[in-house]
Design a protein around this ligand. Structure first.
Ligand SMILES: [Cu+2]
Length: 495
C-alpha cells in the first residue's frame, strides 16, 4: 500500500469517504490497439465486444444452470468506462431470439439506451449491432437485457444477462485497498403462490385510502373468479455466480478499507446483505454519491438497485456476508469474508433489527427546489388478471406492448415532481430510464438530495421524485420482471 492511500484512509471523515468514490482504482479500460486513434462508429475495431450467448453457469457442485449470458460467464464482463470519453461496443447476438441490451443508469439517446419501447432497434438473432455512446454519469452502472418475459421464465431478467459498468470520473486521483463488485442473483425460477413478506422500509406510515382501494380490487378479482396470482420462486441463490461457500472467499487484512459495489440483479426479489460485526458506510446509491454517508448494519436493495459502501475490516475472523433471510442465505445467497491468518468455519450472526430508510443518506434540513409541475401517478393491481399474474396499471392504464404509446408528455428542462401513490401491498422498485431523479418525499415526509435511478416504494405508500426530462422517449417502470411484463410500465416523451 502506498503512502497516498494510507493518508487518505487515515482521515476517516465523511468527506474523505466521499472522496474515495471519486478516486477509484486504476482504470482497467482496454486501450485501442497500439495506441491508434479511437475507432469511429462503423469502422475499425470496437473498444468492447459483448456476445449474448447461452452458457452453463456452475453455481456449485451439482448446481449447474443453463442460461443466456454475456460472454458465457456470470456475471458478465465489467466494463470500466470513462465519463465523457466515447466508446464503441459491438454487441453480437448468438441466440435465436431478438435481444435488447439496456445501459441501466446512463444518460444515453433512446436509440442506444436499449429498450424497444423507446425505439432502440433489436439486436437480431445471429447478427451484430455496433453502438457508440459517451458514458455518463460517473459511478456504478450496469447493463442487462430488456426483453419482456411474461410466462417464459428463460427470458428477460430471469436469464443471466447481467454485466457491470463502472464509469470512472474524468479526474482519477487515487485508490483504496480493495474494490469488490458483488452481484446478487437467483437462478432456476419457477412459479409459486408464496409471496415473501417484506417489512423493512421506513418510514412505515401508510395511506389507509390506498389500502382500501387494494382490498377492494382484490375482492373484485375474487368475485370475478380470477386465480390466485403467481409469484416467483427460485432453486438457486448466488453471489457473483457462486453459491455461498462454493467460490473463492473475499480475502481481507485487518485494517483494510474495502469498497463494495453491490448490485441486486434479481428479476423479482428484494435482497439484503449483512456482514456480522461490521458496518457498511454507504457512499453512493445507484452509483450517485449520497449527500451524507451513513453507517448501516444491513443493506437492502430492490431489483436494479446498487449500493457502494466501504467496510473497515476490524473484526478478524471468517465470516458469512449474506442475506438476512436465513433460508435464502443457507441456499446460497452469501459469500465468505476471510481475514488473513484466520481459518475455520465461516460464522454468521443475525444482524440487529434495522429498517432501510433512504433519508439516512440525505442532509437533514435540505430542501428540494420547487418543481415547475406535479404529476400524479397511481399504481394499481388486479390480482390474477395478467395470465395468472397480477395485472398492473398506472393511472388505470396497463402499458400496451403492442401500441407502445407515450402516455405522459413533458417539456425538457423543466423540473417535474412525480407523486407516486402505491395502491398495492407490494414494494415496487421504480426505475426511470435515461435519467436520475431526486427523492423529495418518502411516505409523506420531505427529503432532498438523494439521487437515484431505481427507488423502492412501500405498499400503500406515497413517494415523490423530481426529475428534469431529457429530450426523447424514456421508459418508466417497475423493475420486477413480472410486474413490468404485466402492465407496470409507461412511456414518457419529452420535447
Ligand atoms: Cu413492481
Amino acid at each position: 500500500m502506498d503512502l497516498t492511500r494510507r493518508k487518505l484512509f487515515g482521515i476517516g471523515s465523511g468527506a474523505a469517504f466521499a472522496a474515495l468514490l471519486r478516486t477509484p482504482a486504476q482504470s482497467a479500460e482496454r486501450m485501442p490497439m497500439g495506441g491508434a486513434a479511437r475507432p469511429q462508429p462503423g469502422s475499425g475495431r470496437a473498444d468492447h465486444t459483448i456476445r449474448i450467448r447461452t452458457g452453463l453457469i456452475e453455481l456449485g457442485p451439482d448446481s449447474t444452470v443453463s442460461t443466456t449470458t454475456y460472454d458465457g460467464i456470470f456475471p458478465g464482463p465489467l466494463l470500466r468506462l470513462t465519463e465523457g470519453k466515447r466508446v464503441t461496443v459491438d454487441v453480437f447476438n448468438d441466440t435465436d431470439t431478438p435481444e435488447q441490451l439496456h445501459w441501466h443508469g446512463q444518460f444515453l439517446p433512446p436509440d442506444v439506451d436499449g429498450a424497444a419501447e423507446e425505439g432502440t432497434p433489436f439486436i437480431l438473432p445471429h447478427r451484430m449491432r455496433r453502438i457508440s455512446f459517451v458514458p455518463s454519469p460517473a459511478g456504478f452502472r450496469f447493463f442487462h437485457t430488456h426483453i419482456a418475459a411474461r410466462t417464459n421464465l428463460a427470458l428477460g431478467l430471469y436469464s443471466g444477462q447481467i454485466g457491470l459498468v463502472y464509469i470512472e470520473p474524468k479526474l482519477n486521483a487515487g485508490a483504496y485497498d480493495q474494490e469488490i463488485f458483488l452481484t446478487l442473483k437467483e437462478f432456476g425460477p419457477y412459479l409459486s403462490h408464496t409471496e415473501m413478506p417484506h417489512d423493512f422500509l421506513a418510514p412505515t406510515n401508510i395511506i389507509p385510502a390506498l389500502k382500501d382501494e387494494s382490498v377492494a380490487a382484490t375482492n373484485a378479482a375474487l368475485k370475478r373468479g380470477l386465480p390466485e396470482s403467481y409469484e416467483l420462486a427460485y432453486s438457486f441463490f448466488s453471489v457473483n455466480g457462486r453459491m455461498l461457500g462454493e467460490g473463492d472467499p473475499i480475502r481481507v487484512r485487518s485494517g483494510q478499507r474495502v469498497l463494495f459495489h453491490v448490485l441486486n440483479a434479481s428479476a423479482t426479489e428484494v435482497r439484503s446483505l449483512a456482514l456480522p460485526h461490521h458496518l457498511f458506510r454507504v457512499l453512493a446509491l445507484d452509483g450517485n454519491p449520497v449527500p451524507r454517508p451513513a453507517d448501516v448494519p444491513v443493506l437492502w436493495l430492490g431489483p436494479g438497485e446498487r449500493i457502494s459502501a466501504v467496510v473497515e475490516m476490524r473484526q478478524p475472523g471468517v465470516w458469512v456476508m449474506g442475506d438476512s433471510n436465513d433460508e435464502d442465505r443457507m441456499r446460497g445467497m452469501g459469500i465468505v469474508v476471510e481475514y488473513a491468518g484466520r481459518s475455520g468455519r465461516p460464522e454468521w450472526v443475525k444482524p440487529p433489527a434495522f429498517r432501510w430508510d433512504y433519508r439516512m443518506f440525505a442532509n437533514p434540513g435540505a430542501v428540494a427546489p420547487r418543481p415547475d409541475e406535479i404529476l400524479d401517478l397511481k399504481f394499481t393491481a388486479t390480482p390474477g388478471a395478467g395470465a395468472g399474474f397480477d395485472q398492473f396499471a398506472i393511472n388505470g392504464v396497463p402499458f400496451s406492448m403492442e401500441n407502445m404509446q407515450a402516455g405522459f408528455h413533458f417539456r425538457s428542462g423543466r423540473r417535474y415532481r412525480l407523486r407516486m401513490r402505491n395502491a398495492t401491498d407490494d414494494v415496487h422498485p421504480i426505475h426511470l430510464h435515461r435519467h436520475r431523479f431526486e427523492l423529495t418525499s418518502i411516505a409523506g415526509i420531505a427529503t432532498a438530495g438523494v439521487m437515484k435511478d431505481v427507488v423502492q416504494i412501500g405498499g400503500f405508500q406515497e413517494m415523490t421524485i423530481d426529475f428534469t426530462p431529457n429530450p426523447g422517449l424514456s421508459l418508466f417502470h417497475c423493475h420486477m420482471q413480472h410486474h413490468m411484463d404485466f402492465g407496470f410500465m409507461a412511456l414518457f416523451s419529452a420535447t
